[in-house]
Design a protein around this ligand. Structure first.
Ligand code: ZN
Length: 226
């Protein structure tokens, strides 16, 4: 879940290898950093493959009676057509009411629901950052919610900027908290190494359970381009 660098092609990796050898004359530090680059590349590829292989919901048609998830709970979608500004609300613990203007097509309905999911996340994230910032001892300068196909979150360490996946509004709240803590820990340690894991153990001893839960949960339907 760390910042995804621009994907390198095999040619670029080879080129980098040659440059590395020329510039460092195979001195250990340069060579080590190149090896690290390669292992990071492998890690990113594995992550992407796992994300791609995760079970996915069939595409939601945004029709009455369909199942939709909010904070890890399943709701039945109720469509209400009304000539009024659209709104979304949870009714009676089992219904997700999507009020739309008459004739609103599936895309429009989806956009309204996604805006609501975004608002749900926006309502929770500031408190979580305020809670974890002092505990971890880092500062998040900027955060955004993004629709991402291959990551639950990313962290730009220099900019102290965290992006969180919109899909997290469909998972249990502790999953959002886990992803946020993971990204904030990257502000202390860039890589997924022993130190990173030790920091996660220290701040969130249950993190592996949350990670597994997140990786088992079905993702929204996406059209995969690779
Ligand atoms: Zn990460």
């Amino acid at each position: 879940m760390k910042l995804l660098p621009a994907m390198l092609t095999l040619d670029e990796v080879q080129q980098r290898c040659v440059q590395e050898q020329q510039s460092s004359n195979v001195k250990p530090p340069g060579w080590l950093s190149f090896c690290f680059e390669l292992s990071r590349l492998g890690w990113i590829r594995r992550q992407q493959a796992r994300f791609a292989a995760q079970p996915r919901q069939s595409e939601r048609e945004m029709v009455h009676g369909e199942s939709h998830y909010v904070w890890g709970r399943r709701y039945r979608l109720m469509i209400e057509e009304r000539d009024a500004p659209p709104q979304v609300r949870i009714h009676g613990g089992s219904k997700l009411v999507l009020q739309v203007r008459p004739g609103a097509a599936a895309d429009k309905r989806r956009a309204i629901l996604n805006a609501w999911y975004r608002a749900e996340l926006k309502a929770r994230i500031p408190d979580l950052i305020a809670k974890w910032g002092p505990l971890i001892g880092v500062q998040v300068t900027e955060w955004r919610i993004k629709r991402m196909k291959t990551r639950w979150g990313t962290c730009n360490i220099e900019a102290q900027r965290i992006w969180l996946n919109l899909e997290l509004a469909k998972k249990p709240p502790h999953c959002l908290e886990y992803v946020l803590v993971h990204e904030m820990v990257h502000l202390l340690e860039q890589h997924h190494n022993e130190r990173f894991r030790a920091l996660m153990d220290q701040f969130m001893p249950q993190w592996q359970l949350y990670r597994d839960e997140l990786n088992r949960a079905p993702l929204a339907h996406e059209h995969w381009e690779y």
